[in-house]
Design a protein around this ligand. Structure first.
Ligand SMILES: Cc1cc2nc3c(=O)[nH]c(=O)nc-3n(C[C@H](O)[C@H](O)[C@H](O)COP(=O)(O)O)c2cc1C
Length: 210
């Protein structure tokens, strides 16, 4: 039985378009995949380990083939716990707002924690970088206040979708789907609700074969 990890990043769940689309996706997923389970990591509310002095030094130690100090090893346990939870899932769903053309900082912090040499990617001079999180699909469910459709001038400002696709690709994901709700602000609430309704229909359909 597969386990889905839903990483949600909205800071305002009561107003969220990405969350409502993700809930519709997951509801449809569970209906069409009875017995499977969904776990949630709410990066806006749950503690994400700090990635500063001790943990950042811990990463450099691994990259240089050195051992952790006692304090670094202690701090590193939090990183390992988060990676274990991430790698345990058979399928990944990320729902996220666009913030300042990219992702909210807590979601970026989460990636700073879980993207680690020897855990989620490997490097060798012969092969270069290799992702270690393989054989599982991911679905990105994204909301943006504006509109960033391919072929328009604003598409160049979209660092949300390309970042998520690139970082997941870096750690080994090859099957990455995308569901987008936009514009959620520009164009007013009526258009936003109409786009959400259209997105939910598509999300429910995609969930059946996820
Ligand atoms: C701090 C912050 C930064 C934002 N930056 C952008 C942005 O750069 N581009 C954009 O189109 N919308 C931006 N928005 C609007 C959100 O992307 C939009 O409201 C989206 O629907 C939020 O996702 P949610 O509805 O799932 O919470 C921003 C909102 C906040 C709170």
């Amino acid at each position: 039985m597969a386990t889905v990890l839903h990483i949600r990043a909205t800071a305002t769940p009561e107003l969220s378009y990405s969350l409502r689309a993700a809930e519709a996706f997951l509801e449809s997923y569970l209906t069409s995949h009875p017995g499977e389970t969904v776990g949630t990591m709410n990066v806006a509310e749950e503690a994400v380990p700090e990635f500063l002095g001790l943990t950042a030094r811990g990463k450099y130690r691994i990259l240089r083939g050195e051992s952790h100090t006692r304090e670094e090893a202690e701090a590193w346990k939090g990183v390992e716990a988060e990676i274990e939870r991430f790698k345990k899932a058979d399928k990944l769903v990320i729902s996220s707002p666009m913030w300042n053309f990219g992702i909210p900082y807590r979601l970026k912090q989460y990636f700073d924690v879980i993207v680690q040499p020897g855990y989620t990617f490997a490097y060798s001079p012969e092969k270069g970088y290799t992702g270690l999180v393989t054989g599982r699909p991911a679905m990105l469910i994204l909301a943006r206040g504006g509109e960033y459709r391919a072929g328009t001038d604003s598409a160049a400002f979209d660092f949300q979708r390309p970042y998520l696709e690139s970082i997941l690709g870096f750690i080994g994901f090859t099957e990455i789907g995308t569901i987008i709700v936009e514009p959620t602000l520009q164009g007013g609430p009526e258009l936003a609700e109409q786009r959400l309704a259209e997105t939910i229909v598509a999300a429910r359909e995609k969930a059946r074969t996820f």
